[in-house]
Design a binder for this molecule. Structure first.
Ligand SMILES: Cc1cc2nc3c(=O)[nH]c(=O)nc-3n(C[C@H](O)[C@H](O)[C@H](O)COP(=O)(O)OP(=O)(O)OC[C@H]3O[C@@H](n4cnc5c(N)ncnc54)[C@H](O)[C@@H]3O)c2cc1C
Length: 398
């Protein structure tokens, strides 16, 4: 404990082992600001947006002031604060609302990450500062209607060079933020060399049709869209100059997959906290239900899941900061944290009884949102196969 600057009991009650104390003072202050803002501005209004499946655009100004977009990146205008605080902030966002956490994961993680890792110095200068200030909002277009898990092999959207321009054709599905994004990083296969390359498609580009996906049962605040590209032309200056193959896409996903592992821990943590509060207030048989052994059993199992995921994620984020994070590390964290999240939100709902399915008690929203987090950025099966290949030396991908 000697290296810890602070006391474990200074942390919020669900940070049971005091992971926040691993942060520098200024990063802990940032985390507190994010927590206060999410609790004050987002929690009171988010169920309403969730019901209407709308995005709270009026909150973006306040979110921008937190200075958390692209937190881990050290590109131009980016905060460059490191992976551990970035992960804890991702957990903090999802702890209040997984949709807002996903919005930031797409903008500050996937879209900014693609430019940070795949863009030239000039391209980073062109887009990253405005994205960090959230004056430009980004999206990330990889998945296609016919190809999700197998996208590294089956990506069918094409890019054909024509002079100083590229002509894009194909369809994308599930692209978060796309309905209102100022720029979408679209991944397409070069018809000349067969490699997957990244293109920054700016708002208003001719030949780009965006269709909002309706009637989702999870992350309803996130605006997902299908994108139809029909002879959409983008200049060579918008092709990410250092993204020569799917390897760059995979480099982005390795980092953002850690972000999703943190979101999963946050989703579980939010549900646990609501459940704990509820069990102290709700009385049955003349006493708070928190006093029943079987209720305590579920509460402690939830806390154990949150704590185990946080521990695993924290270590992996430290490895990321040290430049040692491997694909299989991020995959193990994502697969583990999402399985533990799904258990925890179910137990949280259970201790709320019937109220667990009412939005007003929040836990129902976490239960629904967990289903999307479970599947995106690599399903449990795909992440398991990545870890399995690493530990056995045998690829079981078919
Ligand atoms: C809310 C939401 C937001 C998203 N946002 C984005 C975004 O912003 N940008 C983007 O590009 N994508 C986004 N996605 C897409 C997401 O990454 C995909 O949904 C995910 O990769 C899984 O692909 P799929 O849904 O097509 O499922 P499929 O690939 O069709 O998989 C279906 C099932 O088959 C299993 N399976 C597939 N292959 C194997 C195998 N080899 N062995 C064993 N099992 C296998 C899967 O694990 C899964 O259980 C989003 C998805 C959701 C739900």
């Amino acid at each position: 404990m000697s290296e810890l600057d602070g006391q474990v009991d200074e942390s919020p009650f669900s940070d049971f082992l005091g992971f926040e104390l691993l942060l520098e003072e200024q990063d802990r202050e940032l985390l507190s600001r994010v927590r206060a803002w999410m609790t004050r501005e987002v929690e009171p209004v988010i169920n309403d947006y969730w019901t209407r499946a709308e995005f709270p655009h009026e909150l973006l100004g306040g979110m921008a002031e937190l200075g958390i977009a692209g937190l881990a990146y050290d590109g131009p205008g980016c905060p460059g604060r490191g992976a551990l605080v970035d992960g804890l902030v991702a957990m903090e966002l999802a702890r209040v609302d997984p949709s807002m956490g996903t919005f930031m994961g797409v903008h500050g993680g996937l879209a900014m990450g693609s430019i940070q890792l795949g863009g030239s110095d000039e391209q980073r200068e062109r887009w990253l500062p405005a994205m960090a200030r959230m004056e430009l909002i980004g999206a990330f277009g990889l998945t296609e209607p016919e190809t999700g898990s197998a996208i590294s092999q089956g990506l069918a959207t094409t890019a054909t060079r024509d002079g100083d321009e590229w002509v894009l054709n194909g369809d994308k599905k599930w692209i978060g933020n796309a309905t209102f994004a100022d720029l979408i990083v679209v991944w397409a296969r070069d018809t000349d060399d067969g490699q997957v390359k990244g293109f920054v498609v700016e708002k208003g580009t001719d030949g780009v049709e965006l269709v909002k996906q309706e009637d989702k049962i999870a992350l309803r605040v996130v605006q997902n869209a299908e994108i139809h590209l029909r002879d959409a032309r983008v200049p060579e200056a918008n092709r990410l100059q250092r993204a020569e193959s799917f390897r760059t896409t995979a480099d982005v996903l390795r980092v953002t997959r850690m972000g999703v592992a943190w979101q999963a821990a946050g989703c579980a943590r939010g549900a646990f906290e609501h459940a704990l509060r509820y069990t102290k207030q709700r009385e049955q048989f003349g006493r708070p239900i928190a006093g029943f052994q079987m209720v305590q059993d579920l509460l402690v199992k939830m806390l154990a899941n949150v704590t185990a995921s946080t521990a695993m994620n924290a270590r992996a984020s430290q490895l990321q900061d040290a430049g040692q994070l491997r694909d299989e590390h991020a995959s193990l964290c994502k697969a583990h944290a999402t399985v533990r999240m799904r258990e925890a939100v179910g137990w949280a709902r259970e201790v709320l009884g019937g109220n667990g399915i009412l939005l007003e008690h929040h836990v129902g929203r976490f239960v629904a949102d967990a289903e999307a987090i479970y599947s995106y950025e690599g399903t449990r099966e795909i992440n398991t196969l990545i870890v399995g290949r690493a530990i056995t030396g045998e690829s079981a991908f078919v």
